[in-house]
Design a protein around this ligand. Structure first.
Ligand SMILES: [Zn+2]
Length: 422
C-alpha cells in the first residue's frame, strides 16, 4: 500500500469536502490526500478522486455568486466561503452574435475569464491551492509562472495570510511583473524560459529549504488543477444547464483543457446536464505548438519545443498534460490547431472590435484558432460554440502597441471637421 503515515500533516478528510483520495491517472493506484503529485510506482500524475453527495441544480443555484457554489464538487471544506480567499468565478458568458456573424457561426459565446479578481482564470486554480495549503499547514505559497499565475498567487497569499515567493522567467511583460509584485511577496526572475523555472522549482521542492512551501502547481498541483473544472460547471449552468456542442480552449500545460472535460463528464454522471456529445478543441500559438504538431503528425508523444511567441502565458515548451489533451480531442471528435503571432494580434483586435472584449494574447490564440477551424471546416457553423478568453488585454498591451489615437487636433470644432473625422 502506497499510503504512508509520515505526511507533514494529516488533515481530517472533512477539510477536503467530497475528495476522498488521490489516484494515479496512469495506473489507478490510490493515495491518502496529501501534498504529493506523482505516483510512486509509475510516476504518473495524481488527481483528486471524489465521492459526491447529493447535488442538484437547485442546491448549486442557492450558492454564492462565485466558484464556491460548486464547493460540493471540489476538494475544499463545506465552509470554504467563510475562509479568506479571493472567491473568483461566475465570470460573464458573453453572447457573441457580432463575432459569430463575422465568422459565419450560428451561436457563439465567449467565456470571459478576464473578469476574475486578478484578471485571469488563474484565480480559480489558486483558490483551490490556497485551501489545500491551509489544510497541510504550509506557510509560504509559491509557483513557477509565465506571469498570470504569479499575480494570482501573490494576491491570494496576501488575502489568506501566507508569505509568497514566486518564480518567473526573466523578460516577462512589465504589467505581469508589476501585478505579481504589488501584493508584497517576493518575485524572483530566473534567467531562462518557463521550463527552466519549473526545473528550478522541482529542485527547491526536494530541498529541506522548501519543506513548508506550498507550490501551487507542483506539490499542490492535484488540488490546484481541479479549479479549472469550475469553468465547465459555469459554462453549462450559464447555458441553462446544457453542455456546448463545441468548445475552444487554450493549451499551456494542457491541464485546463483536461479539467474542463472532467467537469463536463462529472455534470453528466451526476445527471445535472443531458448526456450528449461535445467536442473539445485545443489552441496553441505557432511559436509554442508542441501539442498541435503532435496532433498534425498523428503522434502520441509530445516533442518539447523552445517557445518563441508573444503568447507568453501559453509558452510552455514541454506541456505536462499534452498526451491527455490529444486523447480528449480525439475521443470527443475535436482537434488541436495553432495560429502565428500576426494572427493572434489580428484576433485580439477582432474580438475587441466585435464584442467589446479586450483579451490578452492567449485570448487572441483561442479566437484565432476558432476562426481557423471554422474556415477549415473542423468546427460546425450550426452547432453551439464557446470560446475561452483566459486573461485581460491590459496585461499584454505591447501586443497591440500600434493602437492609439485616431488623430491629434487643436481644441476647435473647425479643426475636427477639417480633419475629416465626422
Ligand atoms: Zn501510477
Amino acid at each position: 500500500m502506497a499510503v504512508t503515515a509520515t505526511e507533514p500533516s494529516t488533515p481530517t478528510s472533512a477539510a477536503f469536502g467530497p475528495a476522498v483520495a488521490l489516484s494515479c491517472r496512469e495506473c489507478g493506484e490510490r493515495y491518502d490526500l496529501g501534498p504529493r503529485f506523482a505516483c510512486e510506482f509509475c510516476f504518473g500524475p495524481l488527481e483528486v478522486a471524489y465521492e459526491f453527495g447529493d447535488i442538484t441544480r437547485e442546491s448549486i443555484e442557492r450558492g454564492p455568486n462565485n466558484i464556491w457554489r460548486y464547493a460540493g464538487l471540489l476538494p475544499v471544506p463545506a465552509n470554504v466561503r467563510e475562509l479568506p480567499n479571493m472567491n473568483p468565478g461566475l465570470t460573464p458568458l458573453v453572447r457573441a452574435d457580432r463575432l459569430a456573424a463575422e465568422l459565419g457561426l450560428r451561436s457563439l459565446h465567449v467565456k470571459d475569464d478576464s473578469a476574475n479578481p486578478t484578471h485571469s482564470f488563474k484565480d480559480r486554480v489558486v483558490a483551490m491551492a490556497v485551501e489545500a495549503a491551509r489544510n497541510f499547514g504550509f506557510t509560504t505559497l509559491s509557483c513557477s509562472s509565465t506571469g498570470n499565475l504569479a499575480g494570482a498567487v501573490g494576491a491570494a497569499a496576501a488575502r489568506a495570510g501566507f508569505r509568497s515567493c514566486v518564480f518567473i522567467p526573466a523578460g516577462l511583460e512589465e504589467a505581469k511583473v508589476v501585478m505579481a509584485a504589488v501584493y508584497g511577496g517576493r518575485v524572483v526572475a530566473i534567467d531562462g524560459n518557463y521550463d527552466d523555472v519549473n526545473r528550478f522549482c522541482s529542485e527547491l521542492i526536494g530541498d529541506p529549504a522548501g519543506e513548508d512551501w506550498g507550490f501551487v502547481n507542483v506539490n499542490l498541483r492535484p488540488y490546484y488543477g481541479e479549479g479549472s473544472k469550475t469553468l465547465a460547471y459555469e459554462i453549462a449552468e450559464q447555458l441553462g444547464w446544457r453542455l456546448p456542442d463545441q468548445i475552444v480552449v487554450p493549451i499551456a500545460s494542457g491541464s485546463q483543457l483536461t479539467k474542463i472535460d472532467k467537469g463536463f463528464r462529472e455534470l453528466i454522471a451526476l445527471g445535472l446536464v443531458e448526456d450528449r456529445p461535445y467536442k473539445v478543441f485545443g489552441a496553441q500559438a505557432t511559436g509554442c505548438s508542441p501539442v498541435a504538431r503532435a496532433w498534425e503528425d498523428g503522434h502520441d508523444v509530445i516533442q518539447p519545443v523552445k517557445p518563441d511567441t508573444i503568447a507568453k502565458s501559453l509558452a510552455i515548451g514541454n506541456p505536462a498534460d499534452g498526451p491527455y489533451v490529444l486523447d480528449i480531442c480525439r475521443r470527443t471528435g475535436g482537434a488541436v490547431a495553432h495560429v502565428d503571432d500576426d494572427e493572434i494580434v489580428d484576433s485580439i483586435r477582432l474580438l475587441a472590435r466585435t464584442e467589446g472584449v479586450f483579451a490578452e494574447t492567449a485570448g487572441g490564440v483561442t479566437t484565432g484558432v476558432l476562426r481557423k477551424l471554422v474556415a477549415q471546416g473542423d468546427i460546425d457553423p450550426d452547432a453551439e460554440t464557446v470560446v475561452l478568453n483566459t486573461g485581460d488585454g491590459l496585461k499584454t498591451l505591447n501586443a497591440v502597441s500600434g493602437t492609439g489615437v485616431t488623430a491629434t487636433i487643436p481644441p476647435s470644432l473647425r479643426a475636427f471637421k477639417e480633419a475629416g473625422l465626422l
